[in-house]
Each structure stands twice: as structure tokens, then as C-alpha cells.
Design a binder for this molecule. Sequence first.
Ligand SMILES: *[C@@H]1O[C@H](CO)[C@@H](O)[C@H](O)[C@H]1NC(C)=O
Ligand SMILES: *[C@@H]1O[C@H](CO)[C@@H](O)[C@H](O)[C@H]1NC(C)=O
Ligand SMILES: *[C@@H]1O[C@H](CO)[C@@H](O)[C@H](O)[C@H]1NC(C)=O
Ligand SMILES: *[C@@H]1O[C@H](CO)[C@@H](O)[C@H](O)[C@H]1NC(C)=O
Ligand SMILES: *[C@@H]1O[C@H](CO)[C@@H](O)[C@H](O)[C@H]1NC(C)=O
Ligand SMILES: *[C@@H]1O[C@H](CO)[C@@H](O)[C@H](O)[C@H]1NC(C)=O
Ligand SMILES: *[C@@H]1O[C@H](CO)[C@@H](O)[C@H](O)[C@H]1NC(C)=O
Ligand SMILES: *[C@@H]1O[C@H](CO)[C@@H](O)[C@H](O)[C@H]1NC(C)=O
Ligand SMILES: *[C@@H]1O[C@H](CO)[C@@H](O)[C@H](O)[C@H]1NC(C)=O
Length: 706
Amino acid sequence: MYQRNPMRHPNFLDTTSSLLSLFLFITILVTSQIPLGCTGQAHSSNFTCIESERQALLQFRDSLIDESNRLSSWIGEDCCSWDGISCNKVIGHVVKLDLCNSEQLGFEFYRIRIPTFLGLLKDLRYLNLSNAGFVGEVPHHLGNLSHLRYLDIGMSENNLQGSIPSEIGQLRKLTRLYLFFNELNGTIPSSLWELTKLQTLEVDRNSLTGVLSEHHFVKLRELNSLYISCNFLSLHVSSSWVPPFQLRHITMDSIETGPQFPNWLRTQKEIEVLFMQNVSISDAIPSWFGVHFNYLKALDLSRNNLEGSLKSFATVADVDKEAIKIESLYLSYNRFTGSIPEDLCRLKTLMVLDLSNNHLSGSIPLCLGNLRHLVALSLSDNNLCGQIPSSLGNLEELGTLHLSGNKFDGKLPSSMQNLIRLQILDLGENGIKDIIPVWIGERLSDLKFLRLESNNFRGGIPDKFCQLLHLQVLNLAHNNLSGFIPHCFNNFTMMYSKNLLSVKSIILSANNLVGEIPDEIMDLVGLQIFNLSKNHLNGRIPQKIGNLKQLETLDLSMNELNGEIPPSLSGLNSLSSLNLSYNKLSGPIPSGNQLQTLTDPSIYEGNIGLCHSESDFLWFYAGLGPGFSVGVVGILGILQFKKTWRDAFFKFLENANDRIWVMITLKTARLRRNFHQVYVQKRLYSVFSYPAIRCHNTISWLSITT
Ligand SMILES: *[C@@H]1O[C@H](CO)[C@@H](O)[C@H](O)[C@H]1NC(C)=O
Ligand SMILES: *[C@@H]1O[C@H](CO)[C@@H](O)[C@H](O)[C@H]1NC(C)=O
Ligand SMILES: *[C@@H]1O[C@H](CO)[C@@H](O)[C@H](O)[C@H]1NC(C)=O
Ligand SMILES: *[C@@H]1O[C@H](CO)[C@@H](O)[C@H](O)[C@H]1NC(C)=O
Ligand SMILES: *[C@@H]1O[C@H](CO)[C@@H](O)[C@H](O)[C@H]1NC(C)=O
Ligand SMILES: *[C@@H]1O[C@H](CO)[C@@H](O)[C@H](O)[C@H]1NC(C)=O
Ligand SMILES: *[C@@H]1O[C@H](CO)[C@@H](O)[C@H](O)[C@H]1NC(C)=O
Ligand SMILES: *[C@@H]1O[C@H](CO)[C@@H](O)[C@H](O)[C@H]1NC(C)=O
Ligand SMILES: *[C@@H]1O[C@H](CO)[C@@H](O)[C@H](O)[C@H]1NC(C)=O
């Protein structure tokens, strides 16, 4: 489902990338998790260290702004006992410098260059400056560290620019090179391909250019991890290429390598992680593919033009080898046809299965209920039909279930009440014909996101819904629901949170709801989207509407509301979309503040009794209204005059719970190294929706339950 909206608005993510960075920025300020792993302790030793190296370290210390005083131990004669330093016990040389940033230790070098005199520490074996906040170019002097085994200046928080220096080729003993998540550009220097001991090469998420081919890899016989995703690189090799290495981890998202399916993968029998999202493959999955990988844990081939049936893939389960360990399978945004093969049900270790946005037809195989470890299942946006099988109720670990955009009909199987860990349930845009079962409220008490939009649900909204204390997104639009809106909606305590980073919305539009808008909803002070349009609601707009200070969208159009518009409406400083048209409202349209910026006359039309005062639009022409709160200026200000972007944005928010995923994305980025393990260690983070931006604009999701 996350994937669907960008598809419908092809430019959406491009045009709002600045928004995303804004969110990311905010997020940096609010999140504080960083993986552990810094050594940081003193190393006892009876050496006094080599004087020239001590001097180099002191120079280094003095060049830093060590705000958090992490280098306070860098005094005295014995540099071997300083924090982050290790010496060789026999020769006394400094062999390890580990200055990775850890917020636990409150340590960062902010925005300075990597000092060149690090080049004096000639015996250094291990240099870890990851996440430490360095900027500027990678110094050529690093080439002097000819004993270096590990060089880690990735991650970010670092922001290195320019090209990779060709001197890197002098580090002949290098086994691991981490340069990921910087802004490195230019081509990869040819000397790098001479590093015959290299086992790990991580240069992903930079701006490197060029075409990689067989000859680059000739000497890299030891390579087992290749991370080149998200650069401007392409990989063009012949179909008969037999690489000199056996890779275990391959991530090359958005690296152009098609159109043929890469035949060389056939020689790589030890692959555990294969991420080849958006690599321009237009081909069928070859028949050798599945049976080949005994160690595969994570496979992402989404956003290609893979065609044919999924049968050939499912042969991974063909051989009942003891060793089939695949845990996540992302095949979304391809052109797979035919039905979901029953063979997939033999991938018993699967935790994430994403087949969304294909052309799959037929019904869900009953045996899918055998995949007991699934935490996330998405079959959205296919042509699947029939009833949702009751066997899905066996998936008791499931935290996320997306079945939207298919042709499912019939009733919801009551076995779904066993899915008590569900946090996201999206059944939108199907033909499900049922009442809203009371067990949703009674049993699915972890639900945060519930979308039943565009089905044939009828009857009332059960009061039991009010037991969903964690609910943040409720979308029941376009059904045939009748009766009153429950007064107990103020039980949705998550909607009291004013945290802008998570969307809170109630969308009940296009139903047959009657009665008044419950006053209690005005307690939900964190609510951002409130859409009740196209119902038969009557009575007045609650006076307390002015409490909903975070409201960005308020659509009450096409109801039977009467009385005056409460003046407190003008105090909703975040409001960017208002529609009160086609009601029975009367009296003056309130003016001032944010309302001055909402100038489309159609938002009040169809109310015979409403009158405008002349000065209403002045603020608009003078610029933006003065009432914008700081938090939304950045978010909404940009969109204010670009209606199509704005609509796309809010559509996206409603559906995709966008802010939540942006927040989580940053954590993913920091944990990227262990990306495929994130969900394995699923108790690590208590997040419910875990989509990852792999490259700049590429989104996929994975889901975690606590
Ligand atoms: C350093 O300590 C080790 C034992 O910890 C000892 O064997 C060695 O002789 C000591 N070296 C010097 C120079 O004191
Ligand atoms: C460098 O330190 C980071 C901690 O910030 C750690 O995750 C990483 O594994 C270290 N690099 C190497 C090569 O050990
Ligand atoms: C380190 O390398 C630079 C150039 O890469 C060179 O100019 C310099 O003399 C070297 N320093 C030492 C101490 O070897
Ligand atoms: C690389 O980036 C730097 C600035 O970061 C820029 O000056 C330089 O022209 C870029 N080089 C290439 C080859 O794009
Ligand atoms: C509202 O939440 C409380 C728990 O906080 C629960 O006991 C009560 O049943 C809920 N109200 C309704 C009407 O479900
Ligand atoms: C909606 O429900 C009403 C009864 O509440 C029924 O009369 C009507 O036919 C239903 N409409 C549709 C389209 O199912
Ligand atoms: C509210 O819901 C209706 C019906 O789904 C929709 O047409 C309208 O665009 C929504 N309003 C806003 C502001 O999104
Ligand atoms: C307001 O709602 C009416 C009826 O739903 C719709 O026709 C109109 O386009 C809406 N206006 C705006 C600005 O969205
Ligand atoms: C796919 O990769 C191309 C580069 O080959 C890149 O320009 C594009 O943005 C990527 N698309 C997505 C959705 O990531």
C-alpha cells in the first residue's frame, strides 16, 4: 500500500523530497538510538607509547571540538591507555583508533575534516571514524596507513565529499572498507580494485558514477560483501561471467544491470542477502534461481519488470533441504501473473512476504496460513479474488496485513480475531460485504492503523471500537455504514498525542451516518485529518472544534449540519484544507488567522445562510496568513500554492501513515549494516510500520511487532 500512492502520483516523491528531509531533520533531533559497538574503554598496558604517535594523537585531539569531553583521557605519557586507542602489546605501536560516535558516550566531532596527520600513525590496523560527524574530502594521507585492515568512515553523521582518493589502493592489507552514506562522487579509483584482500566493500548511498564490469572484480577473490546500492553506477557483465568471489551479501538497489536476469548469480551459492530492487531487469525468473540458494535469508527483487508466474521462484522450496532459511521476500512492483503458487507455503521461515503491486489473480491459497512466522504480509494491488481464507487466522505473529486493492468479497473470517498482534490492517478497496465485526474492537487491541475504505461494510460502527486505545488512523470511508458516530471515540488516547511525526486521522466520509458530531471527538487534540463528508450528520459543528489545534484537514461537506460556524475555527493554525460546503450552515464566515489563507469559495458553497465579509481575502494577497505555527510552515508552506502536490501529499498521509515511516526510516539507516537482521531481532524496536527508504526515493516496508 505504501508503494501504491507514489505510483499513482509518479512525481510525488521527487517533488516532496524536501519535505522528507525536513522530517528527517526533525527526526534527528528527536531520536537518540544508535547501535552499540564502540569500544571506548581504556586498554591497560605497561607501555609508554611511541612518542611520535603520541604527538600525532595530541595534534589530532587539539584539532577537534570535543564538546562532550570524550577525549579527556587523552593526557599523559601513555597514549596506549587513552580512550579509543589500542596498541600492539609487543611493538607498542598504536594499531587501533576507534572514534565512532556513540550518543551513549555523548561524543561527536562536529563538521570538521578528517585530519591529515592521522597518516602518521603508520602501524594503525583499525580505524573507525564512523558516525563521527566528519566533513570534507577523504584525505590522501590515509594511503600512508599501509597496515590498515579495517577502514570505517561510513554513516553517515559523516558527510564526506569529493572522490575516493586513489591512494586507497596503497592499503594492501585492507579487508573491510566502509565508505557508505556519504556524498562521495566521481568514479571508483582503479587502484581500489587492486585490494586483493578485500572482503567487504561498502560504498552504497553515495553519488559514485561509472560502469562496473568483469575486469574490475578480477582480483577481488576474497570479496564476500558487496554493497553498492544507491549510486549512479551500473553493472554490465556478460552472461557467461564467472566471478572470482563467492558473495554472501549483495545489495545493489537502483544499480542498473538488466534487462536480462543476472546469470552470474548462478555461480554464487552462498548468498544470504540479495537486494536487487529497481535494477532494470525485464525478464522472467530463471528456473535455476530458486533451488540454488540454500542460505538465502532476504531477497528483494521489487521494482523490476519481472514477468511470468511465481512458480519458478517457488522452486526454492522444491527441495526439502534442511537449509531453507529465507525470512523475507520482496517481489512487489513487478509484472508477475498467475496465481500465488502453493509451493510458496513451504517457505516456512518467512517473516515478511510482499507480493503487492503485481498482476496476481485467483484466490489466496489456504496453505498460506502455514507460514506461522509471518510478521508482515502484503498482497495489495493485485487481482486477487474470493474470500479471505479463514486459515489466515493462524498467522498469530502477524503485525501488518495489507490486502487492499483486490477483489476480495464475502465476509471477514471470524478466525481473524486471532490476529491479536495486528497493528496495521488494510482491507481497503475490495468488495467485502459484512458488518464491522465487534471482535475488531474486542480482540485486535494493538491496532494502530485500520483501513476498511471502499468496501461494502454496513450497519453501525460498533462501540467496541473504543477499546482500540492505540488507534491512530481510522478510515472507514466509502462503505454503507449507518447509525451514530460513537461518543466514546475519545478513548483513542493515541490521538491525544501532539507529536507531529505520527499521523492521527479519522475518516468516515461517504457513508450513511446520522446524528450529531460527538463533542467528545474534540478531546482528540492531536487529530490531524478529520473527514466526515458525504453523510447525513446534523446538529451543529461543535464549539470546541478550536481544540483540535493540529488539524490540517477538516471536511464536513455534504451533510445536514446547521447553525453557525464556530468562531474558534479561525484558531486552527495548521488548517490547510477546509470544506464545509453543502450543509445548512448560516451566519457569518469567521475570519482571521489561518482562515484567511483558505480562499477557495467552493469550501462554503451550498450553504444558503452563510455570508462573507469583504476583507476576508486580504491576508492571502499579502502573503501567507500570519497564523502559521512554526511546525507546519515548512511542511505545508511549500505546498500551500501547489494544489496537486498538496492533495497528493494528504492522500499519501492518510493512507501511508507517512510520518511514522519517515521517523523509522532514520533508525533503519543507522542500522542499515544489519538491515536484514532488524526484523530478526524484532524485539529490539517497538515500531509497527517499518518501511525503508533504500535509495533516495525508493520505499519499501517491513514490519515489526513488539
Ligand atoms: C609488561 O607486562 C607484562 C605482563 O603484563 C610483562 O610480562 C612484561 O615484562 C611487562 N613489560 C615491561 C616493559 O615492563
Ligand atoms: C565502527 O563503529 C561502529 C559503531 O558506531 C560499529 O557499528 C562498526 O561495526 C565499527 N566498524 C568496524 C569495521 O568494526
Ligand atoms: C603521507 O602521504 C602523503 C601523500 O599521500 C605524503 O606527502 C606524506 O609525505 C606522507 N607522510 C608520511 C609521514 O609518510
Ligand atoms: C564532486 O563534488 C564536489 C563537491 O562536493 C564538486 O566540487 C566536484 O565537482 C564533484 N565532482 C564530480 C566529478 O562530480
Ligand atoms: C474505553 O477505554 C477503557 C480503558 O481505558 C475501557 O475500559 C472502556 O471499555 C472503553 N470504552 C468503551 C466504550 O469501549
Ligand atoms: C445501504 O444500507 C441501507 C440500509 O441501511 C440499504 O437500504 C441500502 O440498500 C444499502 N446500500 C447499498 C449500496 O448497499
Ligand atoms: C473526504 O472524503 C471524501 C469522500 O471520500 C473525499 O471525496 C474528499 O476528497 C475528502 N476530503 C479531503 C479534504 O480529503
Ligand atoms: C468541497 O466539497 C464539495 C462537495 O464534497 C466538492 O464539490 C468541492 O470540490 C470541495 N472543495 C474543495 C476545495 O475541495
Ligand atoms: C531506480 O533507479 C534509477 C537509476 O537506475 C533511479 O534514477 C530511480 O530513481 C530509481 N527508482 C526508484 C523508485 O528508486
